[in-house]
Design a protein around this ligand. Structure first.
Ligand SMILES: Nc1ncnc2c1ncn2[C@@H]1O[C@H](COP(=O)(O)OP(=O)(O)O)[C@@H](O)[C@H]1O
Ligand SMILES: [Mg+2]
Length: 329
């Protein structure tokens, strides 16, 4: 079962959890995620395996006005974009795996193909051994999509939204409110805001409520698409420590897209660098730094140096790129 509220795909989070050991707090969470579907997988084995995946978009304007115009005149030629260009990678179970890339490099497309929202043109993807195409329903059951922007009832409070979500996921229990409050407070939301309408909360706080929801509905593979973009530094830290906690104490596997190099360095066990739909490099922070130090003779490179050396781009200049992208569309 999955939430019927369809979120936009801007900020997607998907979750899978290992079979809980008896007596852990997670075992008290029935959730929708059907853990019986999870093959027993040893730590360090592969949670996600992506093989030669490509995805091309034929760019069309999605604006109604232009659609109208197109009807009136001859159709403009579409410009194909290879959003994913022969991507292969593996995410190990219990890993925090970062996907670092400029806007438009294909990060969200990669998240969407892993979470079965998009079908790749070529290649295959397995999530805990299940093929995203052949076993789509199984993969979906292991996946939990969450969006900040559209899938909440904005007039309701964080508490009401989360109670709704967990009940929809079949959970009941005497202390759901206590559990929800604790998670929100752990994420840095003040207790007195828990019952305030969501529309009165900042985007950052709403983002945290989305993270809480993913967690409450029982995660194991968490796909985070830029969860901290636009958040203030304090909120970024809150989200990051929560992600760490999910991994350390709840055995989650996390794939996190970012264009924040400090975040990737602080949080990720391994980082995949993407550029123009291609995977440029994968490694631990130390491995990537060593690669660039050796190849380009840079002593003690920062992650920023690494990124610039490998892609020729400076992510600091990246904030306006979305609009560029729109223009090009
Ligand atoms: N639904 C779509 N239709 C057309 N083009 C798309 C679509 N989704 C993404 N793209 C294009 O694919 C490329 C990669 O986009 P995306 O995966 O969103 O990158 P990122 O998340 O790294 O910013 C961009 O050029 C983007 O414009
Ligand atoms: Mg994106």
């Amino acid at each position: 079962m999955s939430l019927d509220i369809q979120p936009p795909e801007e900020w997607i989070m998907s979750v899978v959890i290992r079979e809980p050991e008896a007596g852990t707090s997670i075992s008290a969470m029935p959730g929708t995620i059907d853990r019986s579907l999870l093959p027993s997988i040893a730590n360090g084995s592969q949670a996600v395996v992506i093989r030669n995946v490509s995805k091309q978009f034929n760019k069309t304007k999605r604006r109604p006005l232009l659609r109208f115009r197109r009807q009136a005149g001859p159709a403009k030629p579409v410009k194909p974009v290879l959003a994913l260009d022969d991507i292969s990678l593996e995410v190990k179970r219990n890993e925090i795996y970062g996907i670092l890339g400029a806007n438009g490099s294909g990060k969200s497309t990669l998240i969407r193909v892993i979470s079965t929202l998009l079908i790749p043109d070529t290649g295959n993807i397995k999530v805990f051994g299940y093929d995203v195409r052949e076993d789509e329903m199984r993969v979906k059951r292991l996946i939990n999509r969450v969006s900040v922007d559209a899938s909440f009832f904005k007039k309701l409070s964080a508490m009401e939204n989360l109670l709704y979500a967990v009940r929809l996921y079949g959970r009941s229990g005497s202390d759901l409110r206590g559990e929800i409050t604790k998670i929100l407070v752990d994420l840095g939301i003040k207790e007195d805001r828990v019952n305030a309408p969501l529309e009165q909360m900042s985007r950052g706080m709403q983002q945290k409520v989305a993270i809480a929801r993913a967690f409450l509905t029982s995660p194991v593979l968490l796909l985070l698409d830029e969860p901290t973009t636009g958040l203030d530094p304090r909120s970024k830290k809150d989200v990051q420590s929560f992600v760490n906690d999910l991994r350390d104490n709840h055995d989650a596997t996390i794939v996190i897209c970012s264009h924040d190099m400090d975040e990737a360095e602080a949080l990720c066990d391994r980082i995949a660098i993407m550029d123009g739909g291609k995977l440029i490099a994968v490694g631990t922070v130390d491995e990537l730094k060593a690669l660039v130090a050796e190849r380009d003779g840079i002593t003690n490179p920062s992650m920023e140096d690494v990124f610039i050396a490998l892609t020729g781009r400076d992510l600091r200049d990246d904030e306006g790129d979305l609009e560029e992208d729109e223009k090009a569309a």
